[in-house]
Design a binder for this molecule. Structure first.
Ligand SMILES: C[S@@+](CC[C@H](N)C(=O)[O-])C[C@H]1O[C@@H](n2cnc3c(N)ncnc32)[C@H](O)[C@@H]1O
Length: 228
């Protein structure tokens, strides 16, 4: 399994002309982030020690980056089910698009609560309507209600949608179109052409995310927790 994740990161970092051309032609992402999602360090301050879960291949300044794989950017290779840290050490924890890849998300949530400092904040983001993606495996999806239920002894400070129904629609259309094509070169072409043609639709989410019905087809949701 680790092979797939390592390969993906190698392709992303490759500097050959084919990879560079592909990155240059890559269409914009098919989603916009909900501007109502709170992220400011004034509301959720950083401390001396902060934890970023699942940041392989990313720079995470100010955070200890923990991931299953010791890839570029990772400070500590560990499984989020059993974090190698003492209780209550981290002031802020980011766990973005990781819980769906864990066998026992409830146990991971208890680990994150354990290592969070009293008064500290945990930010969890998970997919709801999103295609299957192995990273290294894909086990489940979450609603906002499910994430709120997983608070344990923490308070829920804020919750909502990060990406909305149009993101879901565009991601599914791109995946579906590629599925119909037998050759990889055609799939790459379809991803590029459709991606560039359709991406402007992503801005519809700035309207739809204001409507409660958007929860029926929401793409990713978030919850901010505080440990009392
Ligand atoms: C979809 S990626 C997250 C991407 C990143 N958070 C971002 O927003 O760009 C999932 C990451 O979680 C890591 N991961 C999966 N299961 C894990 C676990 N049990 N413990 C720690 N990291 C894990 C994977 O190796 C991968 O790097």
């Amino acid at each position: 399994m680790s092979h797939g994740v390592r390969e993906l990161h190698e392709v992303r970092r490759a500097s050959g002309w084919k990879q560079r051309l592909r990155r240059w032609l890559e269409p914009p992402v098919p989603f916009v982030r909900n501007p109502a999602e709170p992220t400011s360090t004034r509301d959720f301050p950083m401390g001396r020690w902060n934890l970023f879960v699942g940041g392989a291949g990313s720079e995470t300044p100010g955070f200890v980056n923990v991931d299953l794989f010791l890839l570029p950017g990772v400070d500590v290779a560990a499984d989020a089910h059993d974090l190698p840290f003492a209780d209550g050490v981290f002031t802020r924890i980011e766990c973005d698009a990781v819980l769906e890849h864990t066998k026992d998300p409830a146990r991971v949530m208890r680990e994150l609560e354990r290592v969070l400092a009293p008064g500290g904040h945990l930010h969890v983001v998970t997919p709801f309507c999103h295609p299957y993606h192995e990273y290294p495996e894909d086990y489940c999806r979450f609603t906002i209600a499910a994430l709120r239920e997983m608070a344990g002894g923490m308070q829920v400070i804020a919750s909502g949608w990060r990406t909305g129904p149009t993101a879901t629609f565009l991601i599914v259309v791109l995946e579906y179109a590629k599925m119909l094509l037998p050759w990889r070169a055609w799939r790459v072409m379809a991803h590029g052409v459709l991606g560039w043609l359709l991406f402007p639709l992503r801005y519809l989410d700035l309207i739809l995310l204001k409507r409660p019905e958007s929860r029926r087809l929401g793409n990713h949701c978030y919850v901010w927790y505080r440990k009392p």
